[in-house]
Structure formats: C-alpha cells, structure tokens
Design a protein around this ligand. Structure first.
Ligand code: SF4
Length: 232
C-alpha cells in the first residue's frame, strides 16, 4: 500500500515543535474548508507530484540532519498506505508527526501508536451544523470527537488549533471551542490568523484581526490553557 504525495517541504522548523522536520503533504482531503490555503491538495485524483520511493531515498540520505517526518495534507487519514509509510519512516529512525482534523477515527486509532506528536485542527465549535459549515462537508462530528478523545487518552504529545476565519467563527465561538476543549482535558491550544484567500471578497484584515485584539478573549485563553499562543 502506498501513499499519494502532493508535495513536500524538505526542511521545516515550524511544523513539529522543537524538531527539524521534513513535511509530506498528502494528496486528497474529504473536506472543503472555505479558508483552505491548499486547495490543490483537496482532490484525491490530482496527479502525484512526488514519488514515495524518491522521498524515502531522500529521508535515508538526511538521517542525522533531520529528526522528524510530519505527515500533513490534505488529510493524511484519507490514505490507506499511511500506517505503512509511517512505519517506514520510523524504521529509518525518524520521530513521527502528523497534522489532521481527525476525520477517520478508525484509521487514526491504527496509526496513533506510530505517532509521536499530533497537530489537531479544530474547525469550529463541536456542533454538527457549525462543523459542517466550517468543513464544507457532512463528516459525522462523532468521528472527529472520537479521534480527539483517542488522542487525549493516548498520552502522546499534541496541540489543538483553530484558524480564525471571520466568515465562519465569531469571538463567542472561540470561547465555546475553548470551553469544549478544556472540558475534554485539552491543555494546549493555539489560534491561527486567517489571511483572506483570493476568492474571499468579504473579509478584511481588520475583521481577521478582531479575534486577536479582544483582550478579554486572549486573557481568558491564557488562563484556560497551560499552553496558548497566537500564530500570525
Ligand atoms: S482540512 Fe485542510 S486541506 Fe482539507 S479543505 Fe480543510 S484546510 Fe484544506
């Protein structure tokens, strides 16, 4: 079983905290988030840009210079070959990171033992309608919550993060997300700034900045989570 690779970053200091990582962007995503910066990765049918074998040859050569491989997307949980590819990277001595929205809890449970750290995207407050709007899809919310709970129980390192798209989220929604995460035992949360994509003719920089200018919100998040920061 192989993976379909839509692109790669061969050197990253920002995709896995405290690690020098190579990042694989796996092709295909079941979701259509209106704020997506990687629309070229959404279709599972697009042409593979990078051969898996070539990437693993690169990893073989970079042993000792890179210490981690991050499986990102698209949505890595869409790939039937994910477990196999993670095992191959682990066998080469790499630490394994993953970025996911948790769309497939069953596959997530299979790969989690191989993963050392997860960046878990929280798209909206955990209610079915809001999540469907934010992901542009019908994925059952239970599946996503099952993934998150698996992750929390696993004891693996992870962070949760939300992209603050003013078309989809209000400041009140961020409070709701924070309360829901805290109630599940999450201690590590980050807000990511949304920069309007070209098709977005509605949002302004000021609207995007509103989340971060709200001192009460930021103070609340700092007091609620052990680790919190804003990513511009
Ligand atoms: S989950 Fe990520 S890759 Fe998929 S549509 Fe949303 S932002 Fe884009």
């Amino acid at each position: 079983m192989s993976i379909k690779i839509g692109g790669a970053e061969r050197f990253s200091l920002v995709d896995f905290p405290n690690h020098v990582a190579a990042v694989l962007f796996l092709q295909g995503c079941p979701w259509r988030c209106p704020f997506c910066y990687n629309t070229h990765l959404q279709s599972a049918d697009s042409q593979q840009l990078l051969d898996e074998e070539a990437f693993f040859e690169f990893l073989e050569k970079r042993k000792g210079k890179l210490d981690a491989v991050v499986f990102s997307g698209g949505e890595p949980l869409l790939q039937s070959g994910l477990e196999n590819a993670m095992q191959k990277a682990k066998d080469l001595g790499y630490t394994i990171g993953m970025h996911t929205g948790g769309f497939d809890a069953e596959r997530f449970a299979k790969v989690l033992p191989l993963v050392d750290w997860v960046g878990f995207d929280v798209k909206a407050p955990f209610d079915e309608k809001h999540y469907q709007k934010a992901t542009g899809s019908q994925t059952p919310l239970n599946n996503i919550l099952d993934s998150l709970d698996l992750l929390i129980k696993s004891g693996k390192g992870f962070e949760t993060r939300t992209t603050c798209d003013p078309r989809l989220l209000s400041i009140k929604d961020i409070y709701t997300i924070a309360e829901q995460l805290k109630a599940r035992g999450v201690e590590n949360y980050h807000l990511q700034k949304y920069r309007p994509i070209p098709s977005d003719k509605v949002s302004t920089e000021t609207m995007c900045d509103n989340f971060f200018q709200d001192k009460n919100l930021i103070e609340y998040l700092k007091n609620t989570f052990k680790i919190f920061d804003i990513r511009n």
